[in-house]
Design a protein around this ligand. Structure first.
Ligand SMILES: NC(=O)c1ccc[n+]([C@@H]2O[C@H](COP(=O)([O-])OP(=O)(O)OC[C@H]3O[C@@H](n4cnc5c(N)ncnc54)[C@H](OP(=O)(O)O)[C@@H]3O)[C@@H](O)[C@H]2O)c1
Length: 302
């Protein structure tokens, strides 16, 4: 839906939405609507096409209807952080907002991406960030959220590689600053950037238990996988934040090399479930959401 239509929406059932651009591919509406319906909550979840430039105006309209809350996806998470009236600790930690609660007219920003990743990782491999040495590929928005969550959960080793090396260094410096004092200070010493070269990546993989792909390299099914299979040590765990056609080749090559692999659908599910609980104060019906997500995903692939 275009933002122009927001004001024509009824306020009952309570409207919710995901705001992004592009947005037509988003699986969030199927997953969230199934959860509302299952619990008998009168709510309707929409998909709204809006980018950073149009976000402020769209948010003004969402306030007017009023919406109960919304999710933000690419490219709106940082701008939404600025537009909130209040921010929860998670939003401050990530300096980005993916979930907004409308609390009696005051917009409260949260971020459930980190916790969504951590829960999905634990579900996929039976171990969480506190028990895994991590090689993180990518220092964009997702990489930043994952690195922050990994350190919040005291991961024993975090190595960050990014194609443009300066960005990995920048992220490490930022994290060093953020985690240099207090309870988490110990973790930051086990944090370092490496260059995007085969030898460095191969050496880092020997130190790591899990490789987390937070690059958008896999989004295009025609491009080569983010890492060549020959670099992967047997038995390494791979958590790919990408899902869909783009990660098929990487999965096949990784599994042939003896790696255990998981895609990003679990992360999408768990960040959505955490958002649902914030909005409703109810436990998210995880299995219902998972089923809805999987069938919307299958349908989207034809
Ligand atoms: N499953 C989920 O719920 C979930 C949630 C959030 C994000 N994600 C996924 O996370 C990925 C990144 O999203 P984002 O928001 O972080 O995007 P972003 O801020 O635009 O960052 C893109 C990242 O990908 C890297 N990159 C792009 N093409 C590459 C290539 N061919 N080879 C190596 N690195 C490449 C970029 O490196 P440079 O800095 O060198 O350009 C940068 O680190 C996307 O694939 C997205 O689908 C999944």
């Amino acid at each position: 839906m275009k933002p122009d239509l927001i004001l024509s929406l009824p306020s009952v059932p309570t409207p919710y939405a995901v705001l992004g651009s592009p947005i037509n591919h988003s699986l969030s509406p199927a997953m969230q609507q199934a959860a509302f319906d299952h619990l008998g909550i009168e709510a309707r979840y929409y998909r709204i096409a809006v980018d950073e430039e149009g976000l402020e105006r769209a948010v003004g309209r969402l306030r007017q209807v009023p919406f109960g809350g919304w999710n933000c996806t690419i490219p709106n998470k940082m701008r939404m952080y600025e537009l909130c009236d209040r921010r929860a600790e998670s939003a401050e930690q990530f300096r980005a907002v993916n979930t907004v609660m409308n609390d009696g007219g005051k917009l409260v920003g949260h971020n459930t991406d980190g916790v969504g990743w951590s829960r999905a990782l634990r579900e996929a491999f039976g171990r969480g960030p506190d028990e895994l040495r991590i090689l993180l590929l990518g220092a964009g928005g997702a990489g930043r959220a994952i690195a922050t969550q990994a350190l919040l959960e005291k991961c024993p080793l975090l190595i960050i590689a990014n194609r443009k090396a300066g960005r990995a260094l920048e992220l490490v410096n930022h994290l060093q600053g953020q985690f240099s004092t207090g309870l988490l200070a110990r973790t930051a010493r086990n944090l370092r950037p490496i260059g995007w070269r085969d030898e460095e990546l191969a050496a880092a993989m020997k130190e790591a238990d899990v490789v987390v792909n937070a690059t958008s390299a896999g989004l295009d099914p025609q491009s080569p996988p983010v890492l060549p299979a020959r670099l992967l040590p047997a038995g390494v765990l791979i958590f790919d934040t990408v899902y869909g056609a783009g990660c098929v080749k990487f999965r096949q090559e990784a599994e042939a090399a003896g790696a255990k692999w998981s895609d990003g659908l679990g992360m999408l599910l768990h960040q959505g479930a955490a958002a649902f609980s914030l909005w409703t104060g109810r436990e998210a019906p995880l299995n219902i959401m998972r089923k809805a997500l999987e069938s919307a995903f299958s349908a989207s692939r034809g």
